[in-house]
Design a protein. Structure first.
Length: 245
């Protein structure tokens, strides 16, 4: 009799453990496994939209149930204008259906116009170029009648030229007015009075030796024939004082 009761108790205990395990299994399935299965069933993988047009991206999202949201635009020299340059969430990210995917559309390469720099100082020109998104590619110097010394006489390329942003512009700075250079002719034998008037009419200062004659043919000159002559250099002429026949 006692053995029979012991077997009944063991059977009841075993059945209780089985029922408890079953109950725990049902709870885990309903509260842990089932939500995960349902959640995964509602997930989609975000496709790669970069380098697509907005229309192409919308077509790529249509089968997934995801929506496209245009977040903005930005310049990017590496991506053609009108194509997507960035997206959020990134490609390959698992998301729930009906999620909106934000995209940024490329404006392509940014361009700038060369500003008018004639007459600017070097520093002023550098600041204007920087403001325009351009740089200084080099500085050369040459005489110029258009602007004063140290000022911008020209640019390469010239003003209003359209360049990619970040391109360089070369500056030409003036070293002052262009100096006229002449070759001193041979004046010997010419009548000094007439020759003096001709030279003075061209802006030269003509001198004679102290107490030298003011008439007659020229017998001496300084600078000598063939010399390089500028307007700031005096010319000294010496006459014979009488006509040579």
């Amino acid at each position: 009799m006692s053995q029979r009761r012991h077997r009944v108790r063991e059977t009841l205990a075993t059945a209780s453990v089985a029922l408890l395990a079953f109950a725990v299994g049902v709870v885990l399935f309903n509260n842990v496994l089932m939500p995960r299965i349902v959640h995964r069933a509602g997930e989609v993988i975000v496709p790669d939209l970069e380098n697509l047009t907005v229309e192409q991206a919308q077509a790529a999202l249509a089968p997934t149930g995801l929506a496209l949201s245009r977040a903005g635009e930005r310049f990017d020299p590496g991506v053609e204008r009108g194509r997507i340059v960035a997206q959020d969430p990134a490609a390959g990210t698992p998301v729930r259906g009906r999620r909106r995917i934000s995209v940024t559309v490329s404006l392509g390469e940014e361009f700038s116009s060369v500003p008018e720099l004639l007459g600017e100082t070097r520093r002023g020109a550098e600041l204007l170029l920087e403001h325009a998104g351009l740089g200084v590619g080099g500085v050369t110097r040459a005489p110029s009648d258009g602007v004063g010394e140290g000022l911008v006489a020209a640019t390469d390329p010239p003003a209003e030229t359209v360049l990619p942003r970040g391109a360089d512009v070369a500056l030409l700075l003036s070293t002052g007015t262009i100096e006229d250079v002449f070759v001193m002719p041979d004046l010997k034998g010419r009548e000094i009075g007439r020759t003096r008037k001709q030279l003075e009419a061209q802006g030269f200062i003509v001198l004679s030796p102290p107490a030298g004659p003011s008439t007659g043919p020229i017998v001496g000159q300084d600078p000598p024939p063939g010399s390089r002559l500028t307007r700031d250099r005096n010319i000294t002429l010496q006459a014979a004082g009488r006509l040579i026949r």
